[in-house]
Design a protein around this ligand. Structure first.
Ligand code: ZN
Length: 308
């Protein structure tokens, strides 16, 4: 026989259990909201997107199971949890997430494109930059302008036409032929072609009064010296003497070994930060030095890395 006390205890246990489930639901919703916020970061990588794309559906399924428990759907806190969940679910398919996917696809394709395919490289890098810029704009205080909406549509369209597999509602047009090349891309490609032509003569002399292409590798005693043209070596030694150093710079006998690599260090001329890129040829090294500008005021040095 159940006494009123037994009934009261059973009710208290049920209420306690509901509270516990509500807390779990709220925890799931809170975590899923934090994970969803990764998609607002313009620098989110392909790995970030993959992580979010697995975690959110899993959390949504867990939340759906909890919401089926008795007493949960009508609980006071549940609407808040639901709104967190809905926001995260919407974020998965938001236009900005498409842009992030396109940005990462463009980055991967640019990295895989051969060094000399400037058109493809410039175009893909530009698509990446524009996508990330639009993600940043969408999450800014003011959000997207009408122009940003159109720009996002246009950049996703361009990405699709250039063969990036982007989930988009834009239909591919049949018989497109050569995809369009925006004017600013064509200009940048032409600029790079000019630099490539200059760099055919290889590395630039490091004397600021000279800067001629086709400098030779020097050594200073036994350690690595700067790249200088043959004519600049005596002048550089004279400057060293004037500053009280031994005039020991000379061309490395035999030049740069055929299996050597060129390490280009790009440094920030007005603050901290540096980046190093390794190149297989002196032409590529000089080209990299003149085209990769990670800082507003980028300087560079080129060194030879010989394999022991
Ligand atoms: Zn020189």
């Amino acid at each position: 026989m159940t006494t009123p006390l037994d009934q009261w205890r059973a009710q208290a246990r049920a209420a306690q259990e509901t509270d516990r489930q509500v807390r779990r639901l709220y925890d799931v919703a809170y975590r899923v909201a934090a994970i969803g916020r990764i998609l607002t970061n313009p620098r989110a990588t392909a790995d970030d997107i993959a992580y979010v794309s697995t975690r959110i559906p899993r959390a949504l399924a867990a939340a759906a199971r909890l919401l089926n428990r008795p007493g949960l759907s009508e609980h006071l806190v549940t609407p808040y949890a639901r709104s967190f969940l809905a926001t995260a679910e919407r974020a998965l398919t938001a236009p900005t997430t498409q842009l992030l996917k396109a940005a990462n696809a463009a980055r991967a394709a640019a990295a895989a494109s051969t060094n000399s395919d400037d058109l493809r490289y410039v175009l893909l890098s530009d698509i990446e930059d524009r996508c990330r810029y639009l993600v940043e704009a969408a999450n800014s205080r003011t959000g997207w302008t009408r122009h940003d909406h159109a720009a996002s549509y246009a950049v996703l369209d361009l990405a699709t036409r250039w063969g990036l597999s982007v989930e988009t509602s834009i239909p591919r047009q049949a018989g497109d032929g050569q995809p369009p090349v925006p004017a600013h891309i064509a200009q940048e490609v032409a600029r790079r072609a000019e630099i490539r032509t200059r760099c055919a003569a290889a590395i630039r002399c490091t004397r600021s009064t000279c800067l001629a292409y086709g400098a030779v590798w020097t050594q200073d005693g036994t350690s690595q010296g700067p790249f200088l043209c043959t004519g600049c070596i005596p002048a550089a030694n004279a400057e060293r003497t004037a500053r009280g150093f031994a005039p020991t710079l000379q061309a490395v006998p035999g030049g740069v070994p055929a299996d050597a690599r060129y390490s280009v260090t790009l440094y920030n001329g007005s603050g901290p930060g540096r980046r190093t890129v390794t190149c297989p040829t002196p032409q590529e090294a000089q080209f990299t030095a003149e085209t990769v500008r990670p800082f507003n005021n980028t300087g560079y040095t080129i060194q030879v890395t010989t394999t022991p």
